[in-house]
Design a binder for this molecule. Structure first.
Ligand code: ADP
Ligand code: ADP
Length: 227
């Protein structure tokens, strides 16, 4: 479980990106942060894995303040998926997926076997393993991004607009795939989007943010639907 406890982020230029945010993202659920551009979604996400640090307040991971955990250790337990999958262009797909296992010093063969298994898990043809990222469609690259984030089986997955750059039909299938995966894997997922329909579809709970970085409401997606 991830807990935001009165978290504020003030950037050096004085911008308050997140303003006294208190929120819980329970284990096994998809918590969606939704709101317009600039409301502090990405900032909130990046404070969880300490790409940036909170100015005030605490973020707890299973009760332990993340500020007290050194970033490499912290990130071993947190997969991160961004909008443009951010794959390494000169590495084959299989090696992109195995990036973290390689860094963790897994046996190469074991890391590759794991990568191949994940390739299938995210709905990709194993024949793509030997290709390079530029030889894949945008949707396929995002699937590889998800596989890479899952490679070391982290309990937490942070997803920052992962499906926003792909066309609507592919996006729908990626969303369905994520729900199917989550039903199997039970990760703690924090998912950022500006798209309310996506939030309602994917979220077990939906946190609506306002520009200025304040929390407007935390809702069950069913109640959002009826408004
Ligand atoms: P969102 O992900 O909801 O679009 P962000 O978290 O990216 O929002 O940004 C929240 C606010 O913080 C915005 O006003 C943005 O301009 C500002 N901001 C983001 N990064 C920085 C930075 N490095 N320095 C100053 N202001 C920033
Ligand atoms: P999408 O409609 O998902 O964007 P594309 O039209 O980009 O898909 O690609 C369709 C298929 O062609 C995919 O299976 C992809 O792997 C393959 N493909 C795309 N670009 C290349 C390339 N440069 N080399 C080899 N195969 C490619």
């Amino acid at each position: 479980m991830i807990t935001f406890d009165a978290v504020t982020k003030r950037y050096p230029d004085g911008t308050v990106a997140v303003d006294r945010l208190s929120l819980e993202a329970p284990t096994g659920e998809i918590t969606v942060l939704v709101g317009p551009s600039g409301c502090g979604k990405t900032t909130s996400l990046r404070m969880i894995n300490r790409m940036i640090d909170a100015s005030e307040g605490r973020i707890l991971l299973d009760g332990e303040p993340v500020q007290g955990i050194d970033p490499p250790t912290l990130r071993r337990g947190i997969g991160y998926v961004i909008q443009q999958a951010g794959l390494f262009p000169h590495r084959k797909i299989v090696d992109n997926i195995a990036t973290v296992p390689y860094l963790l010093g897994w046996d190469k063969k074991k890391a590759r076997v794991r990568a191949m298994e994940l390739l299938e898990r995210v709905g990709l043809d194993p024949a793509l393993a030997g290709r390079y990222p530029f030889q894949l469609s945008g949707g396929q690259q995002q699937r590889v991004g998800v596989a890479r984030a899952l490679a070391a089986d982290p309990p937490v997955l942070l997803m920052d607009e992962p499906f926003s750059a792909v066309d609507p039909i592919v996006r729908t299938s990626l969303q369905d795939e994520l729900l199917r995966l989550q039903a199997e894997l039970n990760k703690t997922i924090v998912f950022v989007t500006h798209d309310i329909d996506e939030a309602i579809k994917l979220g077990d709970r939906v946190a609506v943010l306002r520009v200025g970085g304040t929390l407007a409401q935390v809702a069950d997606p069913k109640t959002l639907l009826s408004e």
